[in-house]
Ligand binder design. Structure first.
Ligand SMILES: [Zn+2]
Length: 237
């Protein structure tokens, strides 16, 4: 049996064993509630009272990288936005609404962009194949490739090149968040908001901190740093 065939068999086995039925999900909820109440009879009363998370997680939709499990946290601890390949686009009203609410209402202190090695969205963006509607979304990742093609084109191994693009994509999305008026205005008002970039290695469960944390607009580059709104008015007067 070739290595490819062995991989194909294991994927088939995964498909057979990991699918929960609809009824199993409802039963799973019953067990979840029962277990939580066993540990703390007031658990859901406390949860229902409100949320006060300290972190916004912008991660990939991939089923293997759930924010709470990866960070050993509980419901109520992390405000979450996920999309294919954890992309932060300045015209995405969904992402911007989540970011605005998290930063300005919940006053979270950390935004984490969390990508992961083996990301299907990133791998797809590296090909020339058409996948349908998603091609429009993946084009944002192709733009990241174009920005870093001088480095990526030198990596001959497809998996290594794909994983490096995962890292570069996280770094670019951190940068994209820092460019937003939401983050820049928050930095003017408080000095406790940080934007971070992580890559999760699904094969070990471990997080790699990309060490690109930003807490001010100092390194954004001249064209992306924005003036205060009243300063714009002053210039117009
Ligand atoms: Zn992914």
């Amino acid at each position: 049996m070739t290595k490819e065939n062995m991989n194909a068999v294991s994927v088939k086995e995964l498909q057979d064993t990991q699918k929960y039925t609809y009824q199993q999900l409802l039963e799973g909820n019953r067990i979840f509630v029962e277990n939580e109440l066993k540990q703390d009879p007031d658990y859901f009363k406390k949860l229902a009272a409100g949320q006060n998370p300290n972190v916004l997680w912008i991660g990939c939709s991939d089923s293997r990288v759930p924010a709470n499990q990866v960070t050993n946290t509980k419901p109520g601890d992390i405000f979450v936005h996920r999309n294919i390949a954890n992309v932060c686009v300045h015209s995405d009203m969904n992402m911007l609404s989540v970011l605005d609410y998290a930063v300005n209402v919940l006053k979270i202190k950390h935004v984490i962009v969390a990508g992961h090695y083996g990301c299907g969205g990133v791998a797809a963006a590296m090909t020339n194949q058409q996948f349908g509607l998603i091609d429009n979304w993946l084009r944002h990742i192709k733009d990241v490739y174009r920005l870093h093609s001088h480095e990526l084109d030198l990596i001959t191994d497809d998996k290594r090149r794909s994983n490096r693009l995962v890292e570069l994509n996280v770094i670019e999305q951190v940068f994209n968040l820092c460019k937003t008026t939401i983050v820049q205005n928050a930095w003017r008002e408080r000095d406790d908001l940080e934007v971070h970039g992580w890559v999760i290695d699904i094969s070990t469960g471990k997080v790699k901190d990309m060490h690109v944390s930003c807490s001010n607009a100092d390194n954004l580059g001249k064209v992306f740093a924005l003036n205060k709104v009243d300063k714009v008015k002053e210039t117009q007067e």
